[in-house]
Design a protein around this ligand. Structure first.
Ligand SMILES: *Cc1c(COP(=O)(O)O)cnc(C)c1O
Length: 399
């Protein structure tokens, strides 16, 4: 231990030169002897301290601040995102809410992208508003024109790239430049890339947030969230806010996330390859109007993705040609390898219809697209089996 909770620092320069896969494995903190590869899961509220000074000392003296496994997870997350600090939270949504709330106060104004994860958007428009913070929603493909939405009291711009459900890539460096020139903080939800294929802090973003629930945990069996800050001062604000709200991540969940991080780059590479195979196959089908996958040259933001990302995860969108509700239901019902369910990032493939989640601004996206919107998560099954499943179910759709 020895580090303040929520303020684990990147491991030393020696590790820095190793590649990400190596660094995610070698972020082990000191162990008791006999040493184990993995940290112990300490199930503790009360921590017993030997002296008065130790009781009120700098090390965690209460389980809510986390123990060994939490410190090791924070260290690995700092390595992953190139961050100065990492603060854990019980869910991805609570990490987003925590990070946004810790950087704003009554009277402030916040700009958010319109394709922000729905519940985070709801937190901003409902909860932030109740806290006296005003919110403006802007289209995700905004660049330098974001200037038109900035006010003297604007304190924070909240980004997500690619956007939830509709997969727009944001011009993050341009937005960061506009923000930095005006002393405005930027925050980016980096769940899609899992921090492996996109490094927002290197692009100048102040805070990168992830739902660990998705790829970090990777097996659809636990919740977790984290907010990583580029500098100590911003990180300290997030840590203080987490203390004030009493947020903590359970030790089993923290362990699960840490275990997931060790294999994250290899798993993500397999999700990426399967996702691309499926997307390319789907693009050639007459039942498909459009594929929303930033790694495909047909994607409108492909050039931005090539500039700012080093890969793609297994999550993408598919717009079908116009379909009746009956045909869509028959197609969904015929799938046997793709299951329907919320969340993603596990080893299993998922496919859900998304139209009921699309609640957007005027000029609604839903008015211009051809047919139903599906979200596909490519799992770790053999892509050939997944294609066979889709091909059989497509018999229910019209071209
Ligand atoms: C799932 C998700 C979240 C929320 O994570 P939970 O752990 O389910 O609360 C936040 N942001 C994005 C982009 C997500 O996909």
């Amino acid at each position: 231990m020895g580090k303040r909770p929520g303020t684990a620092c990147c491991a030393g320069g020696r590790l820095k030169r190793a590649s990400l896969s190596t660094r995610l494995i070698h972020t082990r903190l000191a162990r008791l002897s006999p040493a184990t590869v993995n940290p112990p899961i300490e199930r503790a509220s009360t921590v017993l301290l030997p002296t008065n000074d130790a009781l009120y000392g700098p090390d965690p003296t209460y389980g809510r601040m986390g123990l060994t496994v939490h410190r090791e997870l924070e260290t690995a997350l700092c390595e992953l995102e190139g961050a100065a600090t990492a603060q854990l939270a019980p869910t991805g949504l609570s990490a987003c809410a925590l990070a946004i709330a810790s950087l704003t106060e009554a009277g402030d104004h916040v700009v958010i992208t319109d394709s922000l994860y729905g519940p985070t958007r709801r937190f901003c428009t409902r909860r932030l508003a109740a806290m006296g913070v005003s919110v403006t929603r802007v289209p995700p493909r905004i660049g330098a024109e974001i200037i038109d939405h900035i006010r003297p009291e604007t304190r924070l711009i909240v980004l997500e790239s690619p956007g939830s459900l509709t997969f727009e890539i944001m011009d993050t460096p341009t937005i960061v430049q506009v923000a930095a020139e005006r002393g405005i903080k930027t925050l980016l939800d980096n769940t899609w890339s899992a921090g492996v294929y996109h490094k927002p802090l290197e692009l100048g973003v102040d805070v990168s947030v992830q739902a660990l629930t998705k790829y970090a945990i990777g097996h659809a069996d636990a919740f977790g969230g984290a907010a990583m800050a580029r500098d100590e001062a911003t990180g300290a604000k997030i840590v203080d806010c987490a203390r004030d709200w009493g947020l903590s991540l359970g030790p089993e969940e923290a362990y699960t996330a840490l275990r997931g991080l060790r294999t994250l780059p290899v798993r993500l590479d397999a999700h990426q390859r399967a996702g691309l195979i499926l997307a390319e196959w789907l693009e050639g089908r007459p039942e498909v109007a459009e594929i929303l996958h930033p790694a495909l040259p047909s994607h409108p933001d492909h050039a931005l993705w090539q500039r700012d990302f080093t890969g793609a995860s297994g999550l993408f969108g598919v717009v079908l040609t116009p379909q009746s509700d009956t045909a869509l239901d028959a197609f969904l019902g015929a799938l046997t390898r793709f299951a329907m369910g919320f969340s993603w990032g596990g080893y299993e493939s998922l496919l859900i219809p998304c139209d009921r989640q699309l609640t957007r601004l005027a000029g609604d996206w839903t008015e211009t697209k051809a047919g139903p919107l599906l979200r596909v998560h490519a799992g770790l099954e053999d892509p050939a089996d997944l294609i066979a499943d889709l091909e059989a179910a497509f018999a229910h759709l019209s071209a």
